[in-house]
Write a protein that binds this ligand. Structure first.
Ligand code: KIV
Length: 258
């Protein structure tokens, strides 16, 4: 487990780190052929359950999806998002992260926040739980509209200092969500651990996106989302062919019958 974390860290300044999300085995199996890191993101709340906020995602839901994802991963580092209100203090965080690590056999967890969670991150690392940080837009605590981060001097200084605190606390990498391009560059230069961007420019050491978005399974209109394939079209094609064959009695032919 720790070797895999080390490998991710060693990629900084050498090669870009490829990360994607997965919520179940079959997708994880394909994603794993290409990625360095797979995140079971709490974005599953909106992508799969139409939740308005990731705050509605429970620990139980994350664990069930993660167990399925685990079955599909053979080489990537597997990280599980800790849901809202599961890491409010050191004791709560350790209890819940241990449960997640034990039940899902993941390699580490992701927590949102900087200064607020610094002591919690230290405590988890001390207990041998690898932590991926998450700064910029942090969906569990965001209020109102999602806006890019790093416009004001105050916000820039706060993000820089949060990134340094996460590094000092022992996080092995930091997700930067919707952070202005020049600030991502500065943070990436300042910290010695990798930065993984989502809507934060190619100045980061790696990139992460929601797999359902890049495959065209969602109808996401977010600026940074690039749809690489319209998988829904292929799904429709297959299902339509099946439907036609059932109706015309072409399926099941003798070949598919006992
Ligand atoms: O929940 C999620 O999927 C995330 C991302 C960084 C994509 O946090």
């Amino acid at each position: 487990m720790f070797d895999k974390v080390k490998k991710i860290k060693q990629k900084k300044n050498k090669s870009k780190i490829v990360c994607l999300t997965a919520y179940s085995k079959n997708i994880a199996e394909e994603v794993d052929k290409f990625t360095d890191l797979i995140l079971v993101g709490d974005s599953l709340g909106s992508v799969l359950y139409n939740y308005k906020s990731t705050r509605q995602v429970t620990l139980e839901k994350m664990i069930e999806h993660s167990k399925s994802v685990r079955l599909g991963i053979s080489k990537s580092l597997m990280i599980v998002d800790m849901p809202y209100n599961t890491y409010r203090n050191k004791a709560e965080a350790l209890k819940n992260c241990k449960k997640v690590m034990k039940e899902t056999k993941c390699d580490g967890v992701k927590l949102e926040g900087g200064l607020r969670i610094k002591e919690i991150v230290k405590h988890l690392i001390k207990n041998k739980i690898p932590v991926l940080g998450h700064l910029g837009i942090t969906p569990q605590t965001v209020r109102g509209k999602f806006k890019s981060k790093g416009k004001s001097v105050r916000e820039r200084n706060r993000l820089l200092s949060d990134a340094e605190l996460l590094e000092k606390s022992g996080a092995f990498a930091i997700v930067l969500e919707c952070v202005k391009s020049d600030l991502s560059k500065e943070i990436t230069r300042k910290v010695t651990i990798p930065t993984i961007g989502i809507g934060s420019s190619n100045n980061c050491d790696g990139q992460i996106l929601v797999t359902d978005d890049i495959l065209g399974l969602t109808k996401s209109k977010i600026k940074f989302v690039k749809k690489y394939i319209d998988l829904r079209r292929y799904i429709r094609e297959g299902i339509s062919k099946f439907t036609k064959e059932v109706k015309s009695k072409k399926y099941p032919s003798k070949k598919y019958s006992y």
